[in-house]
Design a protein around this ligand. Structure first.
Ligand code: AVJ
Length: 325
C-alpha cells in the first residue's frame, strides 16, 4: 500500500502518528523559510544521541541542572510540602526527577506526563520499584494540549508542575507564555511550577555547547533527515546537508539549521522538495533568558517567582513559581 494511503488508514485506525509526522514535515518544508518541528528529533536514535550530548564537556545544561537539584532538592521538596500532587511535563528518562523524589517522601502522587507510551511505562515501572510507597499515576498525553489530571487515593494539598531540562527554551516567547498560562490554570490556586531555565551567558560558551568537537550535535541534527527517510520514505542524502548552529544575539536564542550543500530536489513519499545551495532548514530554537526576562514572562502567564536557584557560574537556573492569586 502506498505510504499516503497507509497513513490515512492508520489515521482511521486511530494511530495518526505517521500521518501527523508527514503532514508537519510537508507543511514545514513548503514554507518560505523551511522548518521542521524539533520534537521530531527524538526517535530512538535521536534520544540516544541526545543522551550522548548531555555527557559532552561542552554541553553544560544537563550536569549544571543536576548539580543544582542535588544541592537544593531538600529546600525544593519543603516548598512542595506534604500531600503535593507532582506533575512532570515530558517525563522522558527521569534522572533529575529521582533527585527530587529522593527528598520528597510525602507526595500525594507523582504524575508523569509523556507522549510516548513506551517511555512512560518504563519510567513508571522503574519508579514503582524504587519508590514502592509512592502513588504513581502516568498520563499518556501531549502535554502542550489539555489533559485531565488523575486523582490520588488520598488528600491533595496542592498541584505542582515540574518542567526540567530547559525545554521551555524550545518555545517561542509567545508560545511559552501561552503554555505557562495553561500550566497555571491546571495547577490552580495554591499551585506551583518548578522549572529549569537556561540563562543568557557568554555567546562563546553557548556556541561551543551546540557545536561540540565530536560532532554529536551535528549527528543529532542530521538524524531528523534520516528519520524522514525511514518513516516517510524520504530520499535525503545526509552528506548533502550540513549542521549549522549559532547564537542569534538579537533574538536571544541558539538556532540550529541544516544547510543544503547544493541545488537539489529531495523526494519525500509522494512529494518533492527543492533546495537551493545554501538554503537552510531551521530545525530548532533554544531561547536563553536573563533572570529578569524570565520573571517577566512568568508574570505575564499568571505566576510569581518564589525561588531562584543557580550554579556558581550562573549558567543555568531552577525556579519555583507560584500561581498568582
Ligand atoms: C532539550 C531543548 C534542552 O535546547 O539545549 C541539545 C536540545 N539541541 N543540543 C537544548 C538540544 C541541541 C536541548 N533541549
Amino acid at each position: 500500500m502506498p505510504l499516503l494511503e497507509r497513513t490515512r488508514a492508520a489515521a482511521h485506525a486511530g494511530d495518526s502518528e505517521v500521518a501527523d509526522f508527514y503532514a508537519e514535515v510537508i507543511a514545514g518544508l513548503t514554507m518560505p523559510v523551511k522548518t521542521l518541528p524539533c520534537k521530531y528529533f527524538y526517535d530512538e536514535r535521536g534520544s540516544q544521541l541526545f543522551d550522548e550530548i548531555c555527557e559532552l564537556d561542552e554541553y553544560y545544561p544537563t550536569r549544571t541542572e543536576a548539580a543544582i537539584m542535588e544541592r537544593c532538592a531538600a529546600e525544593m521538596a519543603a516548598l512542595l510540602g506534604p500531600d503535593c500532587r507532582l506533575v512532570e511535563y515530558g517525563s522522558g528518562s527521569s534522572t533529575k526527577t529521582r533527585i527530587l523524589l529522593d527528598s520528597a517522601p510525602h507526595l500525594a502522587a507523582y504524575v508523569p506526563v509523556d507522549i510516548s507510551r513506551v517511555h512512560l511505562q518504563k519510567t513508571a515501572e522503574g519508579l514503582r520499584r524504587r519508590y514502592p510507597r509512592l502513588e504513581i499515576l502516568p498520563v499518556c498525553a501531549d502535554y502542550t494540549a489539555s489533559f485531565t489530571l488523575p486523582e490520588p487515593s488520598g488528600p491533595v494539598s496542592r498541584t505542582v508542575a515540574y518542567f526540567p531540562g530547559s525545554t521551555i527554551g524550545n518555545f517561542h516567547p509567545r508560545q511559552a507564555q501561552f503554555f505557562l498560562t495553561q500550566i497555571a490554570q491546571l495547577c490552580g490556586e495554591g499551585g506551583g511550577l518548578l522549572i529549569g531555565v537556561d540563562l543568557k551567558k557568554d555567546p562563546a560558551v553557548l556556541h561551543a555547547a551546540y557545536n561540540d568537537a565530536k560532532g554529536v550535535t551535528a549527528a543529532f541534527n542530521l538524524n531528523v533527515l534520516d528519520r524522514i527517510n525511514q518513516e516517510l520514505r524520504g530520499a535525503f542524502v545526509l552528506d548533502d546537508f550540513a549542521h549549522h548552529a549559532f547564537y542569534n544575539e538579537e533574538l536571544g536564542r541558539i538556532e540550529m539549521h541544516l544547510v543544503s550543500q547544493k541545488d537539489q530536489t529531495v523526494a519525500i513519499c509522494e512529494s518533492a522538495v527543492t533546495f537551493a545551495a545554501g538554503e537552510t532548514i531551521h530545525t530548532e530554537c533554544s531561547y536563553k533568558y536573563s533572570r529578569e526576562e524570565f520573571a517577566e514572562l512568568a508574570r505575564s502567564a499568571g505566576f510569581e517567582i518564589q525561588n531562584f536557584w543557580t550554579d556558581p557560574n550562573e549558567l543555568f537556573s531552577v525556579q519555583y513559581l507560584t500561581v498568582a492569586r
